[in-house]
Design a protein around this ligand. Sequence first.
Ligand SMILES: [Cu+2]
Length: 695
Amino acid sequence: MTSRRTFLKYVGGTTLTLFTYNKFGIKQALAEVPGGTLNPAAVPKFQTPMLIPPVMPKAGVIKQKRGKNIDYYEISMKQFAQQILPAGQPATTVWGYGAVNGAGSKRPLLIHNAPSLTIEAQYNRPVRVKWINNLIAANGDHLPHLLPVDQTLHWANPPGGTNDRDKRPTFTSTPGPYTGPVPMVTHVHGAVGVGDESDGYTEAWYLPDLGSKLPAGYADSGTWYEFFAGKAKSKFGATWGPGFATFQYPNLGRASADWYHDHTLGMTRLNVYAGPAGFYIIRGGPDGDAAVLDVSTGATAVLPGPAPKDGDKFPSNKTYYEIPIAIQDRSFNTDGSLFYPDTRAFFDGITGPYIPNTDISPLWNPEFFGNMMMVNGNTWPFQVVEKRRYRLRFLNGCQSRFLILDFSQIPGVEVWAIGNEGGFLAAPVNLTATNGNRLLMALAERADLIVDFTNVPVGNYVLGNVGPDEPFGGGVPGVDFAVAEAASTGQVMEFRVVPAVAPDPTTPPQFLQLPAVAALPVATVTRPLALLEEMSAFFADAPAEALLGTVAGNPNVAPGVWTKRLWMQPLTENPAVGATEIWEIYNATADAHPMHVHEVAFEVVNRQAIFVNEATQEVQVVPGSVPVAPEPWETGRKDTVIAYPGQVTRIKAQFNTPGQYVWHCHIVEHEDNEMMRPYRVGPVQTGQPPDGAAG
Ligand SMILES: [Cu+2]
């Protein structure tokens, strides 16, 4: 193993990246982020009104004799063309989810879009979804992937058949991209207390129903599909079949903005980049909007609304003051097609030899940064806003890019954070007064913001991004790292501020009393875990894969040796049902990683400085160092947390739902190449695939 990577090299096609030094002496990129053949400078900004995703129509309501009624959906994933770039430029072929049965809605919108329509769920009212893989051409043939699939990773591997699916295949020569039928399995990110059969386990994927056109010898579903099909049948009576699975979500977590996306083993980065994702918003319950008080009156507070509702037209004739905003980075070619690297050389110039002759995968890139910003499915859209308060619910849906939203180019704006992945914070946070009008958002993190345009002069203003165009390691924009390129990825969208049409009825954020966050029980187990990077044994300074691991002993008191753990190895995290545990995530890599734990909503306990000794493969908490409390916008509950390099990040969770889940880094390129591990709550399940043997 060679030394850790200290900086990132880009060798991007024909694009030469030039550097200069800014006034802080920090190296700054002059040329654009490398990407496809469509130069970001050729894409005019703020041409397209931002799409506010409408509400996903229901297929019906399942009435239960005893028990709660269930909202039922039938949603397929398919391929279609979407005008992502401004009008006049070519459309883009993407994948996306959409309802195929709207019988349970007043005015069903059977629209496939990327991002897809928003699932509106009520607290304590289950949602059941039939998720259909419809990546099939009109003639019944399978649709190949839009993007280059690297077959040398530990991936779903349908060509391996029943015996070798969900394995890292072996090759005698470097394989090209996989062109066969595409697996999918949908995960609702933030679904707390969901059964494992419904969590979108990464080895529970399924191909479209190809009938006799399924290539000979291919597995049509993943290792865990059959077991979970049986579980879904016995738990809630759903019968799965070729090309679909039916999942059920209890919606017992705190009211929050979750999101759904594909989670197939070794392919998530590509499946999500192709488009399939959407919001899943849980409302009501003890931690919902009605539990927010106005301390100046003692009455229920008024939050900005409405949000889109089922039955609204499309395009809508309504004005929304609560708006979900998904930010995703993308690159394009001049024909409008999505660009994603089809060679490792794009990342660091390594042109081979690749696997099987070295340890470097031919297509996989350790990280990917799109050179354009797509917001709710359009590049650089605009949104008209009145001089009043809005509730903007942001999602960082990028691949590898940490965002630092920057409202400071909007004069007079006031921005408050009131919620994150796990619903409302402990208290509102004035980002304008305390954080320079900025907010850091890691991959998959959500931010529930009150943005007050009341005192903003009428005019057009850009929401900026001062995160880096490269892996994030923490620190101050412009001081510790160069900020995103000002002309492209440094801009997210435009707000067009117009006069208010009516007085603002909403409660000023400083008067909001957010619902109390229940304390978790005392932890009975502490698990030291590690974030690791495997460097190539053949090429200098070249990451081969990112990994998770365990740490022996107690690094709080003495150096602890880490052990790398591959996806295929037996699981090591096995909380008892109902146990509360502290997971200590020791980051021994050079980058920050957004760590996501399925099934639970956790509390960020604190962070603390560590020593990393690569020679002895040890980590240790720096003696005498002081734990740092989470940021004020990291209070409450979360499902994704930034683990910084050189630190241990401690989270606390209660594991109440028995079953097989995963925890992983949400840099999707990392997740796809070993930075994901299974974990199980409770004992081995009767009839489950063998642990550490099947996949
Ligand atoms: Cu990572």
